[in-house]
Design a protein around this ligand. Structure first.
Ligand code: ARG
Length: 459
C-alpha cells in the first residue's frame, strides 16, 4: 500500500494515516495522474532507461486502470489504505501487471508528480471555466443587442444619475467578464511549463528528456529550476485570485438583480424556475439563487487567503503544507463553475420590464444634466446653468412633477434662455442618443461596440 516503509520499524498510527492521507480528495485528478505517468514512461523508454516491452506493458496497464476508473468498475476508496492517488495508481498497476509496474516511478518523485498533476488538472479546469465565462458573455450580448434603446436610469450612490440603456448597463458587466477571460488566459500561459523530471527537488541522475515529456503533455517547455518546480504554487494563487474576481463580478451583478427584482424596483422578474418560496409566507418568491451566488463569493475569497497564508512560511523546497492547496482549489473551482452556470441560466430566463425601467428614468431627474447642457449650449457658463437647473428641480419636487412637465413660462421665469426646444433637448431619447462618444450609451455607439464584442467572441 505504501510507497515507503523500508526504514520504519513500526506501523503508521491510524490517526496519523487519516490526517496525512490525500486520497480522499486527490483522486479527483486520477486522469491527469495517469496521463502524466504515460508520458513519463514513453520518455523513459525513448531514453533507454526503460525497455520498450516494459513501456508497452505499463501503458496498457495504466490505460486499463483509467478505463476501469472511468466506468466505475474500479473505485477509489479512502479506506483502501493508500495514502494518495499516486500510490493508488502505482499499487493497482503493480497488482495488475507485476514487476514492470514497479519501474514506473524511475526518475520521479511524488513531489514533481503532484506538481504536474495539479498543473494538468488546473489547466483543464481553466479551459472549462473559460468556456463558462464565454457562454455568459454570449448571453449578455443577446440581451445587449435587444436593448440598445431600452432606457433606464444609470445610478451613482444608488441614486438615479443620468439616463442610460439596458444594453449599456449590461455592457459594463460584459467588460468585466471579458477581463476575467483575459486573466485566465494569462495564467494559463504563464503556468504552462512542465515540472516533471524535477525529482524530489534536485533533478535526477537519469538522462531524462524533459523537453520531450513537456511536449507530450502539451506544455510550452520544461520548467528551468527543479526546486521551484516542486514548490511553486503561484499559478494556483493567481487562479484563486482570478476566481475571486469572477465571483466578485457575479456577486455585484447578483446584488443588482436582487434590488431590481424587488417590488419597489420591479426592473426585472426572475423566472419561477430560478426562484424559491417561503414555508410560511404564501406570497413570497425569493431570489435565492442570486443570493447564494453572492454568498459563495466569500468562500472563494477564503480559498485565496488560505493558500496565500499557507504558502507564506514555507522554506524551499517541497513541504507537506502544500497538500492543503488541493481542497481549497478544488472547492473554489467547483463553486465558481456552479455559480457561472446558474447565473447564465438565471439571466437568460429573466424578464426585463422595459416600461418600468423607462418610467423610472423619467421620474428621477436623470435629464437634469442635459437641461444644464442646454443652457451651456446657449452661452450660459456651466456653473450658472447648474444652479438654474437646481432651482428648477426644487420647483419640480415641490410640485411633484418631472422637468418635462414644467410649463415654458415656469422655465423662463427662472431663466429666459429657455425656448420651446427645451422639451426636445431633455427627452429621454435625445439625452441618450446624444451620448455618442466612445463608451457612451448612445444606441449608434453601442451598436458599434456590440459589433466589436461579437468579433471578439468569435475568436
Ligand atoms: N499528497 C501530496 C501533496 O498533495 C503529494 C506529494 C507528497 N510528497 C511527499 N514528499 N510526501 O502534496
Amino acid at each position: 500500500m505504501k510507497l515507503w516503509g523500508g526504514r520504519f520499524t513500526k506501523e503508521t498510527d491510524q490517526l496519523v494515516h487519516n490526517f496525512n492521507e490525500s486520497l480522499s480528495f486527490d483522486q479527483k485528478f486520477y486522469r491527469q495522474d495517469i496521463r502524466g505517468s504515460i508520458a513519463h514512461v514513453k520518455m523513459l523508454a525513448k531514453q533507454g532507461i526503460l525497455s520498450e516491452e516494459d513501456r508497452d506493458c505499463v501503458i496498457k496497464g495504466l490505460e486499463g486502470i483509467l478505463e476501469d476508473l472511468d466506468s466505475k468498475k474500479l473505485t477509489v476508496s479512502a479506506d483502501s489504505g493508500y495514502e494518495d492517488i499516486h500510490s493508488f495508481v502505482e499499487g493497482t498497476l503493480t497488482e495488475r501487471i507485476g514487476e514492470a509496474g514497479k519501474r514506473l516511478h524511475t526518475g520521479r518523485s511524488r513531489n514533481d508528480q503532484v506538481a504536474l498533476d495539479m498543473k494538468l488538472y488546473t489547466r483543464d479546469e481553466i479551459d472549462e471555466i473559460d468556456g463558462l465565462v464565454k457562454a455568459l458573455l454570449e448571453e449578455l450580448l443577446v440581451i445587449m443587442e435587444a436593448n440598445t434603446e431600452t432606457f433606464m436610469p444609470g445610478f451613482t450612490h444608488l441614486q438615479k444619475a443620468q439616463p442610460i440603456t439596458l444594453a449599456h448597463h449590461m455592457g459594463a458587466y460584459f467588460e468585466m467578464f471579458l477581463r476575467d477571460r483575459s486573466r485566465l488566459a494569462d495564467i494559463r500561459k504563464r503556468m504552462n511549463y512542465c515540472p516533471l523530471g524535477s525529482g524530489a527537488l534536485a533533478g535526477t541522475t537519469y538522462p531524462l528528456d524533459r523537453t520531450y515529456t513537456a511536449e507530450l503533455l502539451g506544455f510550452d517547455g520544461p520548467t528551468l529550476n527543479s526546486m521551484d518546480s516542486v514548490s511553486d504554487r503561484d499559478y494556483l494563487i493567481e487562479l484563486l485570485s482570478a476566481l475571486s474576481t469572477i465571483s466578485m463580478h457575479l456577486s455585484r451583478f447578483c446584488e443588482e438583480i436582487i434590488i431590481w427584482n424587488t417590488n419597489e424596483y420591479r426592473f426585472v422578474e426572475i423566472d419561477d424556475s430560478y426562484s424559491t418560496g417561503s414555508s410560511i409566507m404564501p406570497q413570497k418568491k425569493n431570489p435565492d439563487i442570486a443570493e447564494l451566488i453572492r454568498g459563495k463569493c466569500g468562500r472563494v475569497y477564503g480559498a485565496l487567503v488560505s493558500l496565500l497564508t499557507t504558502m507564506k512560511g514555507i522554506p524551499l523546497a517541497y513541504n507537506k503544507d502544500m497538500q492543503e492547496d488541493k481542497e481549497l482549489t478544488f472547492d473554489a473551482i467547483d463553486t465558481v463553475k456552479g455559480c457561472l452556470a446558474l447565473f447564465t441560466g438565471m439571466i437568460s430566463t429573466m424578464t426585463f420590464r422595459r416600461d418600468v425601467m423607462e418610467a423610472s428614468a423619467k421620474n428621477g431627474f436623470t435629464n437634469a444634466t442635459d437641461a444644464a447642457d442646454y443652457l451651456v449650449n446657449h452661452g450660459v457658463p456651466f456653473r450658472d446653468a447648474h444652479g438654474i437647473v437646481g432651482q428648477l428641480v426644487l420647483l419640480c419636487i415641490q410640485k411633484g412633477i418631472a422637468l418635462d412637465d414644467l410649463s415654458l413660462e415656469e422655465y423662463q421665469k427662472i431663466s429666459p434662455v429657455f425656448e420651446e426646444d427645451i422639451y426636445e433637448a431633455i427627452s429621454m431619447k435625445t439625452c441618450v442618443e446624444k451620448r455618442m462618444t466612445i463608451g457612451a450609451p448612445g444606441p449608434d455607439m453601442m451598436r458599434k461596440v456590440i459589433e466589436t464584442y461579437r468579433k471578439l467572441l468569435k475568436k
